[in-house]
Design a protein. Structure first.
Length: 406
């Protein structure tokens, strides 16, 4: 008798599915699993990934049915409006009025209760309750992959309490709990008295075929001796972008250029600020690119920067995707002096960390970084070697071991 393939159903609340999820799905498929990723459909439909792995949920306010919270209906009704004031209203409603756990439960449950699987995987806390209920209904296993310290984001106290209650209620039902770094693993173990939390880094696929091209030099007509400082990812003032811009007003080295690669609601305002400062020949904004094109552009940088501030415990323990994207492409790093960033950047000697509160400190660090060619080549050589250790090839083995033992 031929045994059937095992089935995993993964849940995410992000309409643009994170590469961590897609890499995990492809890893499972490589050993014969059938995998389905269930994700919402939102106004980012133009950027949907074209993959049969992803099943889209309907974007229809009628799914809430009778008894739906009025504010949830209002939130959905205004979702199609685009003005900045409406955007602010949506944000305030979401943060202070909408019962977020109930919203996501109503979004997922009608679909996933129809899905039969051996394992339901909750990618982040926002899907844990739905995945747990589906696992219970089908007698399946439950895995919780905590992409961050969800309850320690900058949430209202009301919303934080709601999510803490959900996490405490379901986390011990999981066969495995996975997260992105050691600090968050230890915090989850401490909070919920867990025996073990597995760490699967947000590592990238190692690609030896990528070559260094002066893409940004060609794109913006830069002299070939100019050094590229790259920030990639969401361009939002909450990411401490303003400090980077202010730092470039103070740089002594005139051969250093800052590239912002990504999208965000604050880009128009930041563009205007750069123009007002008169440093538009030193700071450029590049549109976001699809994930499959990203690393070829990252490779063109001389240093990647991670300027996050510890505005909450989640940020304090962060290891964002860009950390591993810089590593995968052999790009040295300047990062905020936070525990996990320090662990990687200083621990592997692939760059420098500094306090990112003060623009002057950032400017001094950048000037120093490019003033010593031998030190720079040392970092560059190290990051090339580290890219072999901190790669998805390594993390994939750890992930598959979890699923083989479930």
């Amino acid at each position: 008798m031929v045994s059937r393939n095992k089935v995993a159903v993964m849940l995410t609340t992000d309409s643009v599915v994170d590469r961590r999820i897609l890499l995990q799905a492809e890893a499972l498929r490589s050993i014969g699993w059938t995998v389905k990723v269930i994700a919402p459909r939102k106004d980012t439909s133009r950027t949907f990934q074209k993959t049969p792995l992803i099943v889209r949920l309907p974007d229809d306010i009628r799914r809430f049915g009778s008894g739906a919270n009025y504010l949830q209906l209002v939130f959905q009704a205004i979702a199609f409006l685009k003005s900045s004031s409406i955007g602010l209203l949506k944000g305030l409603l979401w943060k202070y009025c909408v019962n977020q756990p109930r919203y996501f439960k109503k979004l997922f449950i009608p679909k996933i209760l129809k899905e039969k699987a051996d394992v339901f995987v909750a990618h982040d806390l926002s899907t844990l309750e739905s995945a747990a209920l589906a696992a219970q209904a089908h007698g399946a296993k439950l895995i919780y992959d905590s992409h961050e310290l969800y309850c320690e984001q900058e949430l209202s106290s009301r919303v934080k309490r709601l999510w803490e209650k959900i996490e405490a209620a379901y986390i011990k039902q999981c066969s495995f709990v996975i997260t992105i770094n050691q600090s968050i693993a230890e915090e989850l173990q401490r909070r919920y008295d867990l025996t073990s939390v597995k760490v699967i880094l947000n590592a990238e696929v190692s690609d030896a075929t990528l070559t260094y091209e002066k893409y940004f030099h060609s794109r913006y007509g830069l002299a070939f001796n100019e050094k590229i400082v790259l920030y990639q990812g969401t361009i939002d003032e909450s990411r401490n972008i303003r400090v980077l811009i202010d730092a470039f007003r103070l740089l002594c080295n005139s051969n250093v250029v800052l590239i912002f690669l990504g999208a965000g609601k604050h880009v128009p305002r930041l563009r205007r600020l750069v123009m007002e400062y008169g440093i538009n020949s030193k700071i450029y904004f590049h549109d976001a690119v699809p994930q499959e094109q990203l690393l070829s552009l990252t490779k063109s940088a001389d240093v990647g920067i991670i300027p996050y501030l510890p505005t909450c415990l989640n940020n304090y323990y962060c290891t964002p995707n860009k950390l591993f994207e810089y590593i995968a492409t052999g790009v040295p790093i300047i990062a905020s002096d936070l525990p996990e960033l320090r662990r990687f950047v200083n621990g592997y000697q692939i760059g420098e960390v500094c306090e990112m509160v003060c623009p002057k400190t950032v400017a001094v660090t950048l000037d120093s970084f490019f003033s010593d060619p031998k030190a720079y080549e040392y970092f560059k050589s190290n990051v090339r070697e580290v890219s072999k250790l901190l790669s998805w090839d390594v993390e994939k083995i750890k992930l598959l071991s979890i699923y083989r033992n479930i």
